[in-house]
Ligand binder design. Structure first.
Ligand code: SF4
Length: 333
């Protein structure tokens, strides 16, 4: 007798997965490979996702951490800077080495760079709210000629001693927890009422929308899965948001093979989302893995519609990008 599969409702968050900045960065590498041929060098993981990195490697991309790793015989090959942004010293170094570089920094990260520079131009000491060591934080700090103070927690906000409390401005990393960041900003504003905010919100639309979608769907879920990498800041924040919003258990997984079936046991409601650097093809893989064990009903939880689309740089616009070129991340069209 065939055993009946237990029913499972998957609350599938929308929006989820790739944001416009990640999509653009991957397109830049794919188009550069089409236009110039392999190898195309990429400084740092183009986006924080192993599957994406390995997919691009199989097309001919070579990932490096420093420009000095490019062998002299490949100095004519393009080098792409990752979506997280780079310190100013990196393009300067590329120019000094006579390299041809393509900067895939997300335009929303570049906007934060500009806001931070504006604070300094106006004589303000910059407070950067973010996580130490994250490439975006390193990139933002590296835009500024003068020192920046990194604020990671409310405790940092409480202990910070400025030279001039009337001349302070803040920006934030784009992928932080909306709630935690609001707490840190409040703590700073209470101590320094003259603190200048950036002209526009630093946490980006994609981070905000994905957190909001998780918040709306996590309550009452027996399990909430976020597809993403451990070094992906926005993915990790989604796991925290799901926990806080009332999911009984919340986990980050990179592939279906990481789902801890023994721990999960019998569940009837699963929340599912993906970080901004996690490809849709993995979301499909995870749903398929659940279909093998459960009688799945998909409940699409739409909380926002995203229309953002960041064009690639002019030099790559003459190359056609087909659905087949992006099938390794988006699945078959
Ligand atoms: S998460 Fe936001 S800032 Fe980062 S690449 Fe995506 S859109 Fe840009």
């Amino acid at each position: 007798m065939i055993e009946k599969k237990p029913p499972l409702t998957i609350r599938l968050c929308q929006p989820r997965g790739f944001c416009a900045g990640v999509d653009r960065a991957i397109q830049i590498v794919v188009l550069a490979l089409k236009k110039y041929g392999a190898p195309v060098y990429v400084r740092h993981e183009i986006v924080h996702n192993r599957y994406v990195v390995e997919g691009l490697q199989s097309l001919g991309a070579v990932f490096i951490e420093e420009l000095s790793e490019i062998p002299p015989e490949h100095r004519q090959s393009p080098v792409v800077f990752s979506a997280h942004g780079v310190p100013k010293s990196v393009p300067a170094d590329a120019e000094a080495r006579n390299l041809f570089y393509l900067d895939a920094t997300c335009p929303l990260v570049s906007k934060v760079h500009k806001q931070a520079m504006r604070h300094q131009r106006l004589g303000r000491h910059v407070l950067l709210i973010g996580h130490a060591g994250h490439p975006e934080v390193i990139g933002t700090m590296g835009q500024l000629p003068e020192a920046v103070t990194l604020i990671e927690t409310e405790a940092d906000a409480a202990s910070f001693v400025p030279a001039d409390p009337a001349a302070l401005g803040f920006v934030t990393q784009t992928t932080l927890s909306v709630e935690d960041t609001a707490g840190i900003i409040r703590a700073l504003q209470e101590r320094f009422p003259e603190l200048h905010a950036p002209a526009a919100e630093s946490i980006c639309y994609a981070t905000t929308n994905r957190q909001e979608a998780v918040k709306e769907t996590a309550a009452g879920a027996d399990l909430f899965l976020v597809v993403g990498a451990p070094n992906s800041s926005n993915s990790r924040r989604l796991v925290e948001v799901a926990e806080r919003a009332g999911a009984a258990m919340s986990l980050l997984v990179q592939r279906a093979s990481e789902i801890p079936w023994n721990e999960i046991g019998r569940i009837s409601t699963l929340g599912l989302s993906a970080g901004a650097s996690a490809p849709e093809i993995i979301v499909d893989e995870i749903i398929d893995a659940f279909r093998q064990r459960f009688d799945v009903t998909i409940d699409l939880a739409i909380t926002a519609t995203e229309t953002e689309d960041f064009p690639v740089m002019r030099v790559l616009r003459d190359v056609e990008l087909t659905a087949a070129d992006m099938a390794f991340v988006n699945g078959a069209a």
